[in-house]
Design a binder for this molecule. Structure first.
Ligand SMILES: [Zn+2]
Ligand SMILES: [Zn+2]
Length: 484
């Protein structure tokens, strides 16, 4: 089977810790299956001994088309490495410091990752087989490569407009010009950016961001302090003038290559997202929401009031999902779908709502009532069966919610895809912890869908197998080939 992923990182870690090894993007450090699970269990992605989405894993798992999100680590993340090492994705502190000394500006770090990935050998032996990948230069060559049967076809994006920052003072005119100029430079690269995710963890003088880090009380206080210089001006929740100009530049066909870069609304503040939906509507641009979950809240006016902390779900009585405003509320889902956009589903447990106890209990009770046992014989290292299948439930329920709230349900089944965010330091759902496990995930999605009574009502005439194929491969590929 072939797979598609609209948002993962396949050179981010490697660029940070293995800069001298040009084969690192091909190198799987997962070891054999059992060990991989042990390494991952109860852990976010251990930086050095567990990679979620290297090229070897893409090849083995049949990932035919994937968007590799290039990303310069933000200053606050680099700086807090010593303070809260676990949070900063367990990147060894020395590597962070080294990276920072090597490239003093975020844009230099972005260029470094681009060059590093571009220098990766296009062919490599994986388990004794010749595997091939390429980075898309334009639509024509991408189609040719797909025709030729190139195993892994990579399209580029950038996560966070801070990646275009220089060292100019925050808020200065100089920074404004540098951001736009550096974007123009990237727009001339041999390999175009399919989309730009406007922001990430910290305020970037382009657009307000959503709080996204999972942190317990004390650490959060320390972190807030650390982030202080990067916090929005009081009360600012929208798009700045720099942001407006950057968007205009991106979505207009600009530069000597006449390229358009779509905008991804992931990580944007919920208010800024509404501002962007209007821009997209006025310009007839499809909205990309690349690695999302749903909040389960109907209206934007309610959703924007939710405070992102461990109690959010309890406070608002949310029986399902993760209600943080970084996730999509129902109103927004329909706006995105009506723009002919696409919603990529993140495989991070937290984003999908694993921390919502009510939701978890509900899913496990449902599986028990369907006769799913806790443990099945010979089932992957004795992993408990319903304790794994409920993680599939998290994903499937997020998908079904999108379809349920869509005004055109049948069309919605064409607009949902994978946006796993592998190696974006996520804690993926237990039954798909690396990209070569997409087929296992698909199998369990079909299994879960078939357990739901009256599921046909939500499938709009498709079979469970058909909708899973659409989500795991067809929709994303069609969207990319239409808009690249
Ligand atoms: Zn992200
Ligand atoms: Zn990411």
């Amino acid at each position: 089977m072939k797979y598609f992923d609209i948002h993962s990182h396949i050179s981010l870690k490697q660029n940070v810790v293995s800069e001298d090894d040009l084969n690192a993007c091909w190198t799987s450090s997962n070891g054999f299956r059992g060990k991989k699970r042990k390494r991952k269990r109860n852990n976010r992605s251990k930086f050095k001994n567990y990679t979620q989405s290297d090229l070897a894993a893409c090849y083995k798992g049949g990932t035919e088309l994937i968007v590799n999100a290039l990303h310069a680590l933000e200053e606050p993340i680099i700086n807090m490495g010593k303070l809260i090492p676990n949070l900063s994705s367990q990147i060894p502190y020395e590597d962070l410091r080294h990276l920072q000394h090597d490239c003093t500006t975020p844009f230099q770090r972005l260029v470094r990752e681009y060059n590093y990935f571009n220098n990766t050998a296009r062919k490599h032996l994986v388990d004794g087989e010749q595997a091939q990948f390429d980075i898309a230069r334009d639509k024509k060559s991408l189609l040719e490569n797909l025709d030729k049967g190139i195993d892994v076809n990579v399209v580029l994006s950038v996560e966070g407009a801070h990646c275009f920052h220089s060292n100019a003072p925050y808020g200065s005119d100089e920074l404004h010009h540098d951001i736009l100029n550096n974007f123009r430079t990237a727009n001339e690269w041999d390999h175009p950016l399919f989309y730009l995710t406007l922001t990430h963890f910290a305020y970037n003088y382009v657009v307000a961001h959503s709080w996204s880090l999972p942190i317990p009380g004390l650490a959060k206080k320390a972190l807030f302090k650390k982030f202080k210089p990067y916090r929005n001006p009081a009360g600012f929740t929208g798009i700045t003038e720099t942001g407006h100009q950057l968007i205009e530049e991106a979505i207009g066909k600009t530069g000597s290559k006449n390229r358009r870069t779509l905008i991804d609304i992931k990580h944007l503040h919920i208010d800024a997202r509404q501002e962007y939906y209007n821009i997209a509507k006025n310009n007839n641009i499809p909205v990309i929401a690349s690695h999302m979950g749903v909040s389960g809240i109907a209206r934007y006016a309610e959703a924007r009031k939710v405070v992102p902390n461990n109690n959010s779900a309890k406070v608002i009585g949310n029986g399902q999902f993760n209600p943080w405003p970084i996730n999509l509320c129902d109103e927004e889902i329909d706006i995105i779908l009506k723009s002919d956009g696409i919603i990529g589903l993140n495989l991070d447990q937290r984003i999908l709502g694993a921390g919502n106890k009510k939701f978890k209990d509900q899913l496990i009770d449902f599986l028990k009532s369907e006769g799913i046992r806790r443990r099945e014989v010979n089932y992957d290292d004795g992993y408990k069966d319903y304790e794994r299948l409920w993680h599939t439930g998290l994903l499937v329920e997020n998908i079904l919610h999108i379809v349920r709230v869509a005004s055109d349900k049948k069309k919605a089944w064409d607009q949902i895809c994978m946006g796993a965010d592998f190696d974006g330091n996520i804690n993926p759902i237990d039954n798909c912890i690396t990209i070569d496990e997409f087929s296992d995930l698909e199998e369990s999605m079909v299994r879960y869908l078939k357990l739901i009574p009256d599921i046909d009502r939500n499938l709009c005439g498709y079979t469970p197998e058909e909708v899973c194929r659409k989500v795991m491969y067809e929709n994303g590929k069609t969207f990319l080939l239409t808009h690249f």
